[in-house]
Each structure stands twice: as C-alpha cells, then as structure tokens.
Write a protein that binds this ligand. Sequence first.
Ligand SMILES: C[S@@+](CC[C@H](N)C(=O)[O-])C[C@H]1O[C@@H](n2cnc3c(N)ncnc32)[C@H](O)[C@@H]1O
Length: 458
Amino acid sequence: MPKQPTEIELEIATLSDQGLGGGTHNERPVWVRNALPGETVNARILKRRGGNRFADGQPLAQTHPDRVASPCQYFPRCGGCATHHLAPEAQLAHKQQQLQTQLELQGVEPQSWRSPTALLRLGYRRKARMGVRVVGDSVLVGFRESFSNRVARIEGCLTLTPELSRLITPLKTTIGQMSDPRTVPQIELAQGDDMCAVIVRHLQPLSAQEEALWREFQQRFEAAVLMQSKGYDTLKHIAEHQSQMPLLHYQIPEYGVTVGFYPHHFTQVNAPMNRELIRTAMAYLGDVRDRVVIDMFCGIGNFTLPLARAGALAVGIEASAEAVAMAEQNAQTNAVHGTCAFFDEDLYGEGGAMGMAEESIPRDSGSGIDGRFLHFGRAPDALILDPPRSGAGPNLEGWVRQPSLSQLVYVSCNPVTFAEDAKRLEACGFSLTQVGVYDMFPGTAHVETVGHFVRNTA
Ligand SMILES: C[S@@+](CC[C@H](N)C(=O)[O-])C[C@H]1O[C@@H](n2cnc3c(N)ncnc32)[C@H](O)[C@@H]1O
C-alpha cells in the first residue's frame, strides 16, 4: 500500500517567488500550491526535501480577496503555471514586489517605477519544451507536474497559442503509434508568424513506417516536424526528399523587420510582449541615428535589427556562433547589413573581457571585445544587455568603464541578478533612472524586467 500523504491544517503567511503559499508546521516551512496569504488551507504533503515540505492546498474558509478561479482545469497540478489562482493585477503587483525586494536588498533605489506592463493573459506562449511519458496504454505529453517528475495529463494548454495547443492530442496519438513510444522522451514546440514546428527527441533510429507517420502528421497538422536523435546538430527535417531546415519568422512591424529563426533557436516566447520590450528599449535610447549601440547577448538580432533599422550603427555580440550566423542572415534579408555587425564571443569568459586597464578603450580596433566595440571606428554611445538568468557576468565593469557610454538598457529574466548588477552599475557611476516589470509569462512565476541606466554627470 502506498503511504497516504499527510494532511494538515495550515495558516498561510506568505506568497513565495515561485507562487507558493508559505506556512509553518512543527517549525518546518511548508510550501503550498494554490494557497494565498491569510488563508487557512487543508494541505496535503506531496513531497519532502531538505527541511521543506511541499503540499497541495484547499482553502478552508475565508479566502484571499485577490483569489480568482483558475481559467485552466489542469491548474495547480500541472507545473506549467503557478499563479492562476491570483487575479492578474495581483500577479503583476507580486512580480513588481519581488523586484522591489531584490533592489532594496542591494540598496538600489530607482529614480522612478514604470507601471507594470501586461498584454495577453492566455494564449501567448510560442515556445515550449514538454515531457513525454507512457503510463499504461496512455501517452502523456505535457509540462511536468508541480513537485514531481511526472508529466501532467493534459489535452491542451491555455498559455500556449491555440496553434500550438491544438498539436498536443495529435502528438500523443502519433507517438502512441510508434513501435515503442518510450523512445520519445521529449518534444519541443515553436511558432513563428508563418508556421509551427515540432522537434521530436527520439532515442532509437526511426523505421520507414515511423518516418511515414511523422510525415503524415506534418502534412495533416501543417507543422514542420524535425527529428532529433542527439544534440541539436542532429536535427533532421522529416521530408519526402532531403530538404532544408524549416525557417520560421516573426515580424517587428514598428521597425519593418522580419526575423528568421530555426525552431531550436532562442526567441522571446511572447510575441506582443517582445515588441513591447523592443519599443521600451528604443524609447529609452531615443534618437539612435548615427550612434554606435552594442547589443550584448544579442541572440538572432532581436534588438540589433530594429536598432540598425532606426539608423544606429549596431553591434551584436553573442556566445552562439549559430545564432550569430542567423543574425547575419537576418541583417542581409532586412538590408541592414551595412549598419550592423555580429560577433560570437563568450561574454562571461576572458574573450568577453575588456583588454584595457585604463579609462578608455584603445584607438585601434583590435580583436576581443575592445575591437568589437570599435567596429564602426567610434566608441559606443549605449549598450543593451539581455543576458541569461545568471546576469551580465564578471566582465560588466570593464564594458561600462568606456567613458563614451552614456546609457544602458538592461533587459532581465531574473530580478536577483538584475538587482546585483544594478548595484555594480551604480558603483560604476550609473543611476537606475527607471525600471518596470513586463508580464512575459502571465500565470507563472517568471519576472521580466527592463531598467534604464544613465551615467551620472560630474
Ligand atoms: C535572454 S537571451 C536574449 C537573446 C536576444 N537578446 C533576444 O531578445 O532574443 C540570452 C542570450 O544570451 C546568450 N548567451 C548565453 N550565455 C552567453 C555567454 N556566456 N556569452 C554570450 N552570450 C551568451 C544566449 O545564447 C541567448 O541568445
């Protein structure tokens, strides 16, 4: 007999950054999904790790004034979302509060706050990685369940765009028709403005029948299918005749830019919010005509291409050589290749460090970051930083030491590293003139931030 989960009555005191209600039982912290501060819940312990307990919760009496019915039938069991039980405005306030707490911890006080920006609440997600599990006769395709490694049992997903959500059930059917469905551990979904794509990770070579099965899926559901046997370098488009990888696109209409990408490339998942991020960054930079702007962690050129279109001399730097090649191709197809340049460099490594010890970078454009900054023969006026969760990395001080840099737009997916880097930037003589949160992933714990830093005048 499996052990019955322990049930306890618990008062919820806090809401964690992960969207969990926090209480204490026998002097141990208990984290409860679907629970809000001030509520008393019946908590069923599902997992124990370290000194912490993780539980499912049912509110017993009085509920939090911002509690709402989740729009999703799979919440809170499915771990794809965390805060569907909280009103959208309260979710935003909670995200802003997290950022504020982190900035306070670092002693950084922004000169002003921008109101939180929210657009689509549902149907926004254009990219997702989902687990696949076979349970008895059923194939499951979904996000992991919260507090567990199990795959959630879902028929669709409200946060995905409808075009991607409609693929979940046919994916289950098709995987179920393979000779051994257990050889598919994961799938990835990606959508451009023009088409959808599915990456199917498979652990065994496909038989001719299985290839035919996936070709049929591709035709019937109008989604390009790529099979992946090992790393991304093994991606193979399933096509009758050997064909090229399907290229997806998204538009940034404000700048007349079309960005091409392959399904495994990094792209911002929420297309309207991405355009909002670009609008915000460009508004902070002001008139960029004939100014040198460096786009650090540029990916496939999401910010670099609009910068170049707006008249800047734009330099994009990024670790992935493949993303840089895509960015260069995008610059060509958008006819801005004369005013933008891309370089692959590990910005956290020695190659990403400024070579100079003095106040300014050398005059000649050598190799390394110094040379990249001087690519257009002039020192840069502004930086855009859009790093991964780990933040700007150890070379930040070297980059901003260049005196010609008057401003910096920092786009962040992690308020902890954003606040730490904000403190470092203040120590380098910059002020955080404005900051705000952007609801890139509504209903989840993800916090996206844009901050504008300006060099203090003496
Ligand atoms: C949050 S994404 C931003 C991409 C791009 N700015 C956009 O909006 O699509 C972060 C980018 O940093 C890149 N990256 C990760 N580690 C890096 C490193 N050590 N050096 C340079 N780039 C890195 C990733 O490949 C990814 O493209």
